[in-house]
Design a protein around this ligand. Sequence first.
Ligand SMILES: Nc1nc2[nH]c(I)nc2c(=O)[nH]1
Length: 268
Amino acid sequence: MTDLSDPTAAAHAAATTINANAGIESHDIALVLGSGWGGAADLLGETVAEISAAEVPGFHAPAVEGHGATLRTVRIEASGKHALVLGSRTHYYEGKGVRSVAHGVRTAAAAGCSSLVLTNGCGGLNRNWGPGTPVLISDHINLTGTSPIEGANFVDLTDLYSPRMRAIAKEIDPTLDEGVYAQFRGPHYETPAEVRMAGVLGADLVGMSTTLEAIAARQAGLELMGISLVTNLAAGIQETPLSHAEVIEAGAAAAPRISRLLADIVAK
Ligand SMILES: Nc1nc2[nH]c(I)nc2c(=O)[nH]1
């Protein structure tokens, strides 16, 4: 496993590998594709390079079935810019440490990206958002008890989820709702009581990713947008117990619409 004891050096090594493999000096925008979002890269434009995550310093083969195990460089048809599509994400619940969780975001910044789109699959607290509903993240609640930032580095997180990028998304799809996303450590789902707690705290969405990556994105100076795909109503909101099969099914059903949405936003 690559040494992440110097996160900046590790991100630089990974970025050098990725840019060299793609034959370009730098990338422009990065996307992390969570559960259900895998199809978006194909709609963005032509894949000009692809590399296995295992071949890039600091990355790992995916822990979750169905998540891509590669990093792709896609030339965005509308703008000619290059997107770095991170098909594999390290979740905090894998126990590889928060540096590993933040490595992809830091690598994207080191590869030259100025903006980042984080996507995920999540549970919804709002009954109006059935499985397959995409929701823009307006703010987050980090319930992991940790941070990717080390030392006395007091980073401001105001407007962490770019109002500018959110306005573009809503211009493309005015039906898009916004919500507050809370990250639990996982990998277990929340109890109904924990979902009620999250609601009292102001959360509309519950997941197991995104907030730590978002904090690392701000530290790295990346403009950030987050979009969640509600694949299930959170525990206790729906009568039936959660199932991973339900999550995969809802993601697949929503794929065409959310892939088109993401491609249109990134092309702007
Ligand atoms: N914490 C949490 N993460 C999730 N990921 C997905 I997909 N659904 C959920 C959920 O209901 N809770």
